[in-house]
Design a protein around this ligand. Sequence first.
Ligand code: THG
Length: 282
Amino acid sequence: MQTILRGPSTEVIISPETPIVMIGERINPTGRKAFSAELQNGDLSRIARDAQAQADAGALVLDVNVGAASVDEVALLPAAIQIVQDTVDLPICIDSANPAALEAGLKVVKGRALINSVNGETDKLAAVLPLAAEYDAALIALVMDDTGIPQTPGQRLEVAESILDAAQKHGIKPEDLLFDPLVMAVSADHKAGTVSIETARLIRATLGCNMTAGASNGSHGMPERELLNTVMLTLLGQVGVNAPICNPLKNGLAIHAINLLLGFDEWGMGYIQAYRALPKKD
Ligand code: THG
């Protein structure tokens, strides 16, 4: 099952047979006070730098989220996407909770985008599935619905199945959905990690679909977040999460290590090249 994304002139394939694809998460004001303040002032100057740095660190898709408090996402999201694609030739993951902003982004994006996201809520399905169909975009599907985030992997799989059904009624194919098993903070619930991992395993075994996940969500409120994020990426990679959203500046080499250890990197050349490209330590 191949999910195909395109940038202005590049193509990225996400599939169980090909290396894990890193989606760069840095263009997002969450937890970044300076970037939030800049967005509130209409200052988009950081975006080109963040895009270039993530591409240099091996990101193959860039998530773009400008959802800071009180900003006009319908105006800012397309502007941000254009800056990113003028800077790097990569596909975009358009990240917004606002369907009007998603559509404004889809109108300007070059290539084949990934929408972040739909979920099983009745209103979300009705607003976002037609956008994915009309603009021929791939789509991230979060396994939650009108009743909230299910507690068990079996219930999360049921939500995934019902989103898949709804998507197919709009002509969206299983290969164009990336399911997100939902990574929640282990500081709030020590079973949260295992529920996400088991959900991913079930989705891959039952539906065969490709998956994403926000690996860094799990480490909120814990020390050594980077260590937890790396281990989470590894565990998720093992059960089929092949397009994680993460920080390429921190996790870039880990993704290459996972690809090498899972047999996706002949002669370790990807890992060695990524190592050589790192800033030199004294
Ligand atoms: N699934 C999907 N999309 C997502 C998420 C997901 N998009 C948003 C988020 N989760 C993934 N992106 C981030 C972005 C930033 C952080 C975590 C996940 C983060 N920021 C630091 C903080 O909050 O402390 C600050 C970072 C910095 O200063 O560099 O952790 O799960 N589909």
